[in-house]
Design a protein around this ligand. Structure first.
Ligand code: SF4
Length: 313
């Protein structure tokens, strides 16, 4: 079953841009669409702006951010855009991610140009109107821009978060305490690699789950889980996690195998080997010396291999 993911329609190749063109992202269309059921949205079309259409920009006006025509800033699309967004957002409840178009005053996620009335821009920019509301309503949802997918670390992080959120929804569909505990157990090494602090915090929360109202726990856990996964797994944390995994083999590996694994972990730490190199050896040892706990860990098989996301890490 494919995972439901929202996408700016132009990134999927639909000709909905102001100039009648598109901004197709080949990785999304050729690779991700094998696993994701992309649900395209063009908020500007949805807000009735048509194509082709005049260019628009974000303008800061008396402490408010308005979406206006570039040529005539008295032509204001803010209310129609917010009206469309408010109606559309509830239909995104089941999405596990959203891929948006960078730089757009509507869809951009960050550093979108924000103009002052004197025509100058405000340093740092802002978020496009539609994406701002999307992220406000669904703060746990993985959101990423098309352009940032060129970075292997950001690309892996986004795709992994989508798979993880989908896994969370599937695994806890019964909404029982046990389903959360089992899910958490499979993500321990993942959390260790992404954030030691949130790994400890979530572990403590799960340990005290019986003291919570279930629905409150579910929402809080989902948020903290997704916050943790948003932090890129650093080389240092991955190294600690790999060394932790190595500990599970201490009785099964020969002296030579242990030395070989230690060397590969250090090679990874020093940037001489991709993470995949170490994980391939670990998965090989795991097939020789099965360990139930390790085999359950999502860290070792986070998403389909065909996506080749760990090659650049
Ligand atoms: S960036 Fe967003 S609003 Fe602009 S064309 Fe693409 S989908 Fe439509």
């Amino acid at each position: 079953m494919k995972i439901n993911v929202g996408i700016s329609a132009c990134v999927l190749g639909e000709k909905v841009r102001f100039d009648g063109g598109h901004k197709m992202n080949r990785f999304a269309v050729d690779e991700l669409s094998r696993f994701f059921n992309f649900q395209p949205v063009c908020p500007e079309m949805g807000a009735g702006m048509g194509t082709p259409r005049p260019t628009i920009r974000l303008l800061e006006k008396q402490g408010d951010i308005r979406l206006v025509s570039t040529r005539d800033t008295s032509v204001d699309f803010t209310d129609s855009m917010l009206g469309f967004t408010e109606k559309k957002l509830p239909s995104f409840e089941q999405l596990c991610g959203f891929l948006v178009c960078a730089k757009s005053p509507t869809c951009g996620m960050e550093r979108v140009k924000l103009y002052m009335e004197n025509g100058h821009t405000i340093p740092g920019g802002t978020t496009g109107l539609f994406t701002r509301e999307l992220m406000k309503k669904y703060p746990w949802l993985p959101v990423e821009e098309d352009g940032r997918l060129h970075d292997p670390v950001l690309r892996e992080n986004f795709v992994f978060r989508v798979f993880a959120l989908h896994d969370f929804y599937e695994s806890t569909a019964e909404r029982t305490t046990k389903s959360i505990i089992d899910f958490h157990s499979r993500y321990k090494l993942v959390l260790m690699a992404h954030s030691q602090a949130l790994y400890r915090e979530l572990g403590k929360m799960v340990g005290e789950i019986v003291n919570y109202d279930f629905d409150e726990f579910y929402v809080l856990y989902r948020q903290k889980l997704m916050d943790a996964l948003k932090i890129n797994a650093s080389k240092k944390n991955n190294t600690c996690t790999l060394q932790h995994i190595q500990g599970y083999f201490k009785r099964s590996l020969t002296k030579q195998q242990k030395a070989e694994l230690t060397e590969l972990i250090l090679d990874y730490r020093h940037g001489d080997l991709p993470l995949l190199g170490v994980l391939t050896l670990i998965n090989h040892y795991l097939s020789e010396y099965p360990d139930e706990y390790l085999m359950s860990q999502v860290y070792l098989q986070p998403y389909p291999k065909e996506l080749k996301l760990r090659y650049g890490l």
